[in-house]
Design a protein around this ligand. Structure first.
Ligand SMILES: [Zn+2]
Length: 319
């Protein structure tokens, strides 16, 4: 029962579906009570929170660019919240997806149908188009249906792409094999803001979609690389959770490294996964396991990531 509870918690949180009777992308959920909270981050960059992944918005005279779009039933509320800023009557011209999960791309279809152009890394489109399995390489598995045609990004990129609007060069850069194999981190250099997607989250241990090409080591590498590319006082929008700083990112990376090292040590000592769970090798980090990724779920994630042969990557690594 505990497994099922955890499983459902994750599936619901990520809008991935697969629970009998629940359709993909969370469309059977009741979103009527969700309110969109808008926070000014810096200059003309805003953060929108409703349900699902955090949205970044560049709002200015050229129109609106958003990063991620939560769930389809929230699209009208998101549009209304942006309009309510009374900065521009221009529409949402571009939507950039940080990765393929349904709680970040669920609004693609309604936004595309109202004239927005959806942009994402190549692997985001591939995974949305094909459907498949998301999971931690262990007991967490979530089946996904193929996304409708209108939800697919119409512009894709391999390494990076830049949108030049509102006086800013909004850059989406691919970081391979972190949370998934199609992660993009989005930089707003003029306003000194970065949207991390789910490579950086504030809900405790992260969900790492090892089944979709994610890895703990890739997530660590991504977070370390970003730190070299942004000013020390950059404002960090996490995939989930409150607006953050680079110090928060450092604390998170430290946890990822220490938990990885603990599991690696146990593997070197020829311990089985069951023994690691019984001996609670991650007990020191239990405060991160109070969200929907429990300590044992994260232990499994690292164990499978470190012991399984790497899955074939859809494209070569180029970083
Ligand atoms: Zn995600």
């Amino acid at each position: 029962m505990k497994r099922m509870t955890t499983f459902m918690g994750i599936a619901v949180a990520f809008g991935l579906g697969s629970i009998p009777g629940e359709s993909a992308w969370g469309q059977d959920r009741d979103f009527s009570k969700v309110e969109i909270k808008v926070t000014k981050v810096s200059g003309n960059i805003y953060m929108l929170e409703g349900e699902g992944g955090n949205i970044a918005a560049s709002v200015g005279e050229d129109g609106i660019v958003i990063v991620d779009d939560q769930f389809a039933p929230l699209a009208d509320k998101i549009q209304a919240a942006l309009k309510n800023l009374k900065i521009t009557d221009q529409p949402v011209r571009f939507v950039i997806n940080t990765h393929y999960h349904g709680d970040h791309t669920g609004g693609n279809e309604p936004f595309a149908n109202t004239g927005s152009t959806v942009i994402a890394q190549d692997n985001v489109r591939k995974r949305l188009e094909s459907g498949g399995t998301a999971g931690n390489g262990g007991s967490l598995k979530m089946e996904r249906k193929p996304a409708p045609k209108d939800a697919l990004p119409v512009i894709t990129f391999d390494h990076d792409v830049t949108v030049h609007l509102n006086g800013e060069d909004i850059r989406a850069l691919h970081f391979p094999a972190g949370h998934t194999d199609g992660d993009a981190i989005i930089f707003f250099p003029k306003n000194n803001v970065v949207h991390m997607g789910d490579d950086f989250v504030r809900y405790g241990f992260p969900f790492i979609d090892v089944t979709s090409g994610g890895s703990v080591q890739g997530m660590i590498a991504a977070m370390e690389k970003v730190q070299t590319q942004v000013p020390a006082d950059v404002k960090v929008i996490p995939g989930h959770g409150a607006l953050s700083s680079l110090d928060d990112v450092r604390t998170y990376v430290k946890m990822l490294k220490e938990t990885s090292a603990a599991v690696e040590k146990a593997i070197d000592e020829h311990k089985t996964l069951e023994q690691m769970k019984q001996q609670k090798v991650l007990a020191k980090f239990d405060q991160y396991g109070t969200g929907f990724i429990k300590t044992d779920d994260f232990l499994e994630t690292i164990y499978h990531d470190l012991t399984n042969a790497p899955v074939a990557q859809p494209n070569k690594q180029h970083h």
